[in-house]
Design a protein around this ligand. Structure first.
Ligand code: BMA
Length: 349
């Protein structure tokens, strides 16, 4: 059914978020799957960008295959407390400028958020209290305090603009992996109603109170134990979600990973189709990429038959030699990564 608009002959002005969603839907229509990498322009396996950088050109992915990832992921963790650097030591000024640079190169930017624990003072992984979400909802003892955290996050995302003042569209993915219980907003740490209320409060603040027009809202449970009922249980609602996805890592053999990915893609894909949403693999990877053919024979095999907007592999830490998810020059999977980047349906920049 066509949706009628009451706007004038030009139609309503398209927001940056709407423009990005149209672009993403068009790419899916063309059968393109974008490749993404977390913190790609901030550091790599053996380098780190200096603070106050003016160029954002170094990248393990580029060094390995001659192309930049189409999707660039970053994390807001630390912005809530006004830190100058995020939880993984990235300068927020660099992050802002790199987001603009990546957008101007034709890429898509996405943000996750690992905020501290507003009740205990610990980190995202502090699950010692199951009262944290309750405490930040309206009426809770930490509500006013937590609203300053949302305000800081909104300020930062609002500040990501091109030189001529255009807001850069962002895929914004708060409260992720909530189907597990390792973050303070996880499954056993709050009720379904509280989790949904947390989303609604986040959305209302950023979109209604702050009028941010550049956010594409992504919902992403963890893939472990995921079934259609669990996927749906805490879904915040069609009015506030634009994209659905999941986080799925390889811990065992290739075959188990491919079957876990396909199972999650089947569930998410059906949900996305029924609800008219975009779908992405919001986080994935095999730590250390311990298979020379992983890209073309494992990851590609898992995703190639699905209408996936992007697959984002996690970060290449510069201070933990085995914590990386994309190759760097000389890595045993670098040749295969080049072949992956050359595939017709896989998009890099
Ligand atoms: C985790 C690890 C951590 C990191 C966190 C947030 O998966 O990579 O080292 O601090 O993500 O980026």
């Amino acid at each position: 059914m066509a949706i009628m608009s009451c706007a004038g002959p030009q139609g309503p002005a398209q927001t940056p978020a709407d423009a990005l969603m149209d672009r993403l839907a068009g790419l899916v229509e063309e059968g393109k799957i974008m490749y993404g990498h977390q913190d790609d322009l901030m550091y790599g396996h053996s380098w780190k960008l200096e603070d106050d950088a003016s160029e954002f050109v170094q990248s393990d992915v580029y060094a390995a295959c001659g192309k930049y990832p189409a999707v660039y992921g970053m994390d807001l963790g630390g912005i809530e407390l006004g830190w100058t650097h995020n939880l993984d030591k990235n300068d927020f000024d660099n992050m802002r400028a790199a987001a603009v640079a990546h957008h101007e190169r034709g890429g898509v930017v996405t943000f996750s958020w690992h905020p501290r624990n507003p009740l205990t003072g610990g980190d995202s992984w502090d699950v010692t209290s199951d009262q944290v979400v309750a405490s930040i909802l309206p009426g809770g003892e930490k509500h006013e305090y937590f609203m300053t955290w949302l305000s800081n996050a909104a300020d930062f995302m609002e500040s990501i603009k091109t030189a001529d003042g255009q807001a850069v569209p962002l895929v914004w993915r708060p409260w992720h992996e909530h189907t597990g219980s390792w973050f303070w907003w996880g499954q056993n740490l709050c009720t379904t109603e509280q989790y949904k209320a947390l989303w609604q409060m986040t959305y209302d603040y950023m979109v209604k109170d702050r009028a941010l027009t550049n956010l594409v809202w992504a919902y992403s449970p963890g893939a472990g134990g995921l079934d259609a009922a669990l996927f749906e249980e805490r879904y915040p609602g069609d009015e506030i979600v634009d994209m659905v996805g999941f986080d799925c890592y390889q811990y065992g053999d290739n075959a188990s990973y491919v079957s876990d990915m396909k199972a999650a893609l089947d569930i998410t894909g059906k949900f996305a189709k029924d609800h008219g949403k975009l779908m992405a693999v919001t986080e994935t990877g095999y730590e250390g990429v311990k298979d020379a053919k992983w890209w073309t024979s494992v990851l590609y095999e898992a995703v190639k038959d699905y209408p996936v907007s992007y697959v984002l592999t996690w970060r290449n830490a510069c201070d933990q030699p085995t914590h990386f998810y994309a190759p760097y020059p000389g890595h045993e999977s670098a040749e295969d990564f080049k072949a992956f980047a050359a595939l017709e349906d896989i998009m890099f920049l």
